[in-house]
Design a protein around this ligand. Structure first.
Ligand SMILES: *Cc1c(COP(=O)(O)O)cnc(C)c1O
Length: 460
């Protein structure tokens, strides 16, 4: 091919963009990367080389450049106003949990007894802490609460009928639906009650010789109000006991402290659930507990042992990193120093503290013409489907004029990515969901984004 033919064979930017998008690749600077690759290929052709010019080769090079060479998981400052943001990795680990993770990166005694030099129990340390904290007879840990749900339903249901209220046939997200989990565990779902109301006799009427267990599932990501009623955990535990079947409760978020101290009501603690008498209770490690992703099961020794012995346990068991970080997080609760856990620390901040953050971030900002910035009252969400109706008072830096969308995008594409919230045409940068160590970086990021925006507006 002649030089002219080669140049002519280069694909258009739009063609490559469509091809890259079709592969699900997303990058904030995608169009610029494509233009670079095409321009560089054109230069090589002009210099007498014969590079591949088909759109597939160009596409391949673009995708390679979209993936950073040094790391695939990149830091993002969470200024979204969602405290536990599932897409941003939920809970931020405490310093002690982070130290434990780093230590666990090397060889450690995760399943080794230093006293005897023999094989040890992977769960021993964490489970001892869980027993102290929750007063449960026994405990086990798996990779996340979805895994705990699968394991618990399999063990409790025994391939038989599983009774669940129609008001609790929840979809958690990511298409994880309680009825599907029950079916996938080889059990048969028996729905009882109506969507809004379920009574004790609905459960007792459904029990027969095919019944495997009674299940209760926290609604997590939605709430029901109005003409509603459900059966208390104490009653369900009694019904199950009277019929000699087990009763399990998927608690979802799993709080280890009383959240009313932060003015947040209606969050059931694990301790409450344990004293209400369920045979097995399971919950997440990275929701209200503020630890690493994990699924925690507590309950009677009989059913916890059955979980630990089940072949699924080997498939779902947590690695040393999870166990190290979880153990360090639980230690903070045992020592009553849970204020060291970033999620709890965020709830402890006063409005004055949040104002101080905003003042500090804004103090050296050069605000160009036509951009309007102020600090306003807002409401944070807990996130992670933990308490959908709870709002936590917060303060946010608001950009109400001067290209909220452009500044939002610039913050994402900046040296350090900042995720903020666009609402009613304004940009909100929340002061409670960021971490104390983020303040300086957020300050530079905002300065960078604003000066780029000012340069843009002064040009036009
Ligand atoms: C969040 C949640 C799950 C899934 O927990 P993960 O830790 O995200 O796997 C399961 N059940 C309920 C009720 C939940 O709220």
């Amino acid at each position: 091919m002649t030089k002219a033919d080669l140049l002519k064979s280069l694909p258009a930017v739009g063609t490559v963009l469509d091809a890259v998008n079709a592969q699900g690749i997303q990058h904030v600077k995608l169009a610029a990367i494509i233009r670079d690759v095409i321009a560089e290929t054109r230069q090589r052709i002009n210099a007498g080389e014969t590079p591949c010019t088909d759109s597939e080769s160009i596409c391949h090079e673009v995708i390679r450049r979209c993936i950073p060479a040094n790391q695939s998981i990149t830091r993002v400052i969470n200024a979204t106003g969602v405290l536990l943001h599932t897409n941003l990795g939920r809970a931020v680990l405490s310093n002690s949990a982070t130290d434990a993770l780093i230590q666990a990166a090397s060889t450690v005694d995760v399943e080794f007894d230093i006293k005897t030099g023999k094989r040890g129990d992977r769960h021993a340390n964490v489970c001892a802490l869980l027993q102290i904290l929750t007063k449960a007879e026994a405990a086990a840990v798996v990779n996340n609460n979805a895994a705990a749900t699968v394991l618990a339903v399999t063990v409790l249901g025994q391939g038989r009928d599983v009774i669940l209220s129609r008001g609790e046939m929840v979809e958690i997200g990511g298409q994880f639906r309680m009825p599907d989990v029950i079916e996938a565990s080889g059990c048969r779902l028996v729905g009882v009650g109506a969507t809004n109301r379920t009574h004790a006799h609905d459960y007792t009427n459904a029990i027969n010789d095919q019944t495997g267990c009674i299940l209760r599932c926290h609604r997590s990501n939605f709430d029901m109000v109005g003409f509603v009623s459900d059966v208390s955990s104490v009653t369900l535990a009694e019904i199950a006991k009277a019929h000699n079947i087990p009763y399990g409760e998927d608690l979802g978020a799993g709080a280890l402290i009383d959240f009313s101290r932060f003015g947040i009501s209606g969050i059931r603690t694990v301790q409450n659930a344990v004293s209400d008498g369920a045979d097995l209770i399971w919950f997440s490690g990275d929701k209200l507990i503020g630890g690493p992703q994990a699924g925690i099961l507590v309950g009677s020794k009989h059913y916890i042992d059955a979980c630990k012995r089940h072949p699924l346990m080997r498939a779902l068991r947590p690695d040393k990193l999870t166990l190290a970080a979880l153990e360090a997080t639980l230690q903070e609760y045992v020592r009553m120093s849970e204020g060291n856990i970033p999620f709890i620390a965020a709830l402890e901040l006063s409005i004055d503290d949040l104002n101080d953050r905003a003042t500090c971030i804004l103090e050296e900002c050069q605000v160009g013409n036509g951009i309007c910035i102020d600090v306003v009252d807002t409401t944070c969400a807990i996130g992670a489907g933990a308490a959908p109706t709870v709002g936590v008072p917060s303060r946010a830096i608001r950009i109400s004029e001067g290209g909220a969308q452009r500044i939002h995008d610039a913050l994402l594409a900046g040296t350090v990515s900042v995720a903020s919230q666009l609402k009613d045409g304004c940009l909100l940068i929340d002061m409670r969901s960021i971490q104390p160590a983020d303040v300086d970086d957020l300050k530079s990021a905002l300065r960078e984004a604003l000066s780029a925006r000012s340069a843009e507006t002064s040009q036009s």
